[in-house]
Write a protein that binds this ligand. Sequence first.
Ligand SMILES: *Cc1c(COP(=O)(O)O)cnc(C)c1O
Length: 360
Amino acid sequence: MPRVYNFSAGPATLPVEVLEKAQKDLVDYQGTGMSVMEMSHRSPEYKAIFDGAIDKLRSLMSVPENYKILFLHGGASAQFGMVPLNLFSDIKKADYINTGAWSKKAIAEAKRYGDVNVLASSEDKTFSYIPTITKDMFDPEADYVHITTNNTIYGTTFPELPDVGKVPLVADMSSNILAQVYDVSKFGIIYAGAQKNIGPAGVAIVIVREDLVGNELDICPRMFNYKTHVDNGSMFNTPPTYAIYMAGLVFEWLTERGGVAEMQKINEEKAGWLYDYIDNSSLFSGTADRVSRSKMNVPFVTTSEELDAKFIKESALIGLKTLKGHRSVGGMRASIYNAMPPEGVKTLVDFMKDFELKNK
Ligand SMILES: *Cc1c(COP(=O)(O)O)cnc(C)c1O
């Protein structure tokens, strides 16, 4: 079986070069006689892998010195709880912007610990747009503001970051971290589950500004305290060693290809081909608002559910896999993260053209 083009939203496709490198080193990692999976997380060999991954990520995202990078368990979902448990002060107030299912989950979790003000939402139109946000909407007293930079299910992205003044901006960047250039210094915390645009499932990346560490609520469990992980270099307990190793290989792959700015160019091009075709098609249409549509997740529909089903079935037959939309929205969704080769998007657009001709 040749490799397919896998448009899964996550866990998602990985660069084939990375998989091949991991395969080569799977049984005997560079003459150590053991797999990375089998290594003590405190061994010098593993420490080199771990430190290398941190250094590469710091350099790829130009993470300033006053930010810590953590590799944690629990996915992005654990951060829905960790953020309020660590950032709420005595007043326990936070502003959230509700742009989708993941934002809603983050909101529900934060509400367990304090007052959450949802200052804008796009739920009225099935989260197909990013609400307009102005500076005066934010509470200057809030402990933090939370956004989801890219909404994986609905295919929307904040066209620009909101101006939150001095309040720390916290971002769930699970589905577009490393896909476009962000100025890390604009954020208090960035977090992301790895399985969308970084590596295999099992590790979450947290980039946290130093002054936000060490102010946790009394009830905060030790494993949920950023300070625990900062003080122990993400090794308070056994970290997800293999997932971190794989993420490190992806960071290396990105670095070799010119880094995030170069990826952003390629991603704009890839998404451009797909949107240009959809915008001019009489059979397909995009479901997200144009100004806020995502370059990572492209949801679209045909004119009927029957044709959607036919499209999903026939595309899979030629190796275009996992194009079914999220169960909550239906239709199709092409996730075209960094690791999706331009060829994959071209093949998809060609197939769509062909499908349109045959199903007019
Ligand atoms: C997938 C996803 C999550 C959930 O990630 P887990 O690692 O499974 O907890 C959260 N937020 C966004 C934006 C996502 O795309």
